[in-house]
Design a protein around this ligand. Sequence first.
Ligand SMILES: NC(=O)c1ccc[n+]([C@@H]2O[C@H](COP(=O)([O-])OP(=O)(O)OC[C@H]3O[C@@H](n4cnc5c(N)ncnc54)[C@H](OP(=O)(O)O)[C@@H]3O)[C@@H](O)[C@H]2O)c1
Length: 333
Amino acid sequence: MDHPSLDHRPLGRSGVTVSAIGLGCMGMSEFYGPSDDNQSLETLAAALDLGITFFDTADMYGVGANERLLGRFLKGRRDRVVLATKFGNVRGPKGERLGVCGTPDYVKSACDASLDRLGIDTIDLYYQHRVDPNTPIEETVGAMKALVEAGKVRFLGLSECSVETLRRAHKVHPITAVQTEYSLWSREPEQEMLEVCRELGIAFVAYSPLGRSFLTGAVSSPDALASDDFRRANPRFSGEAFAQNHKLVEALADFATAKGATNAQIALAWILNKQEHVIPIPGTRRIKYLTENVAATFIRLTPAELATLDGLFAPAAVAGTRYAAPAMAGLGL
Ligand SMILES: NC(=O)c1ccc[n+]([C@@H]2O[C@H](COP(=O)([O-])OP(=O)(O)OC[C@H]3O[C@@H](n4cnc5c(N)ncnc54)[C@H](OP(=O)(O)O)[C@@H]3O)[C@@H](O)[C@H]2O)c1
């Protein structure tokens, strides 16, 4: 059942609407230090109770563990959830990275494996996680289209693609959503992609909208992160860049305090108030943060306040790239 007071947004031209913010589930299985499945399951259930209907996972998160976790959550709740998952980042059984694959055979087998782990018959939104530079997008999306025709998938998405790739893909089959990093400190989509999505009637799903927690102010130092935390190797969290970026977070805290909100809430409200076709999917493993993030959907920012935040986080003021060099090279932009 949808929460009566939580705003909804159209998922592109699919005819389906989803809660104005979704829940990113990645950190429940990997990347941000240790996690606890029971705590994550409680958070997932609480999200649904709070009115969140849009849940985001991928086959590579925890090498299948995140989809299996979602499968446990979905039992008895399937019809209340719009479930998005992704394929394309290939990993071996020990988690080793084996590159990106978008060949038609791989697309079919990856989808079957995801359906099996999720314990469902149909994926609502199926994204290509990264564009395969060795397979023409027409071939990959052609195979994704066949999944729609077979009833295994309802809608198609692309993650971290270029505008040109998106336009080519959209000719093969309507693309319902593009998922790319977008937040106060990651503004690249403002150059072109946000406008192209608006033009084509495609939802833009903003991942890492809290800057992987950095914007919230909760990360006091890179040393405070677990030894296996992915962010330790992220340029924005390292050395001098951390210190420079932290000054921006302190300025955001001043703004948030004056508005009677938290940093996380202003970071999400900035996205929601600025772009009507954007759906942020903040990730959290905790009910406390979840509740705080949901409350951001009720915050209204004036054009002047949006402009202040835009200026505060002008791209030139942010230090470091959003991924380390090898991952930046794989973005397909
Ligand atoms: N397509 C892609 O390539 C791609 C890449 C990255 C992510 N994603 C998707 O996007 C989702 C969200 O991105 P993300 O998880 O990377 O980053 P994010 O949403 O920007 O930040 C998540 C981090 O912020 C913390 N957090 C959440 N709410 C908070 C609050 N109110 N106050 C303080 N800290 C808070 C979380 O802590 P706890 O977990 O400890 O609660 C977690 O460490 C992922 O879960 C995943 O589904 C997609």
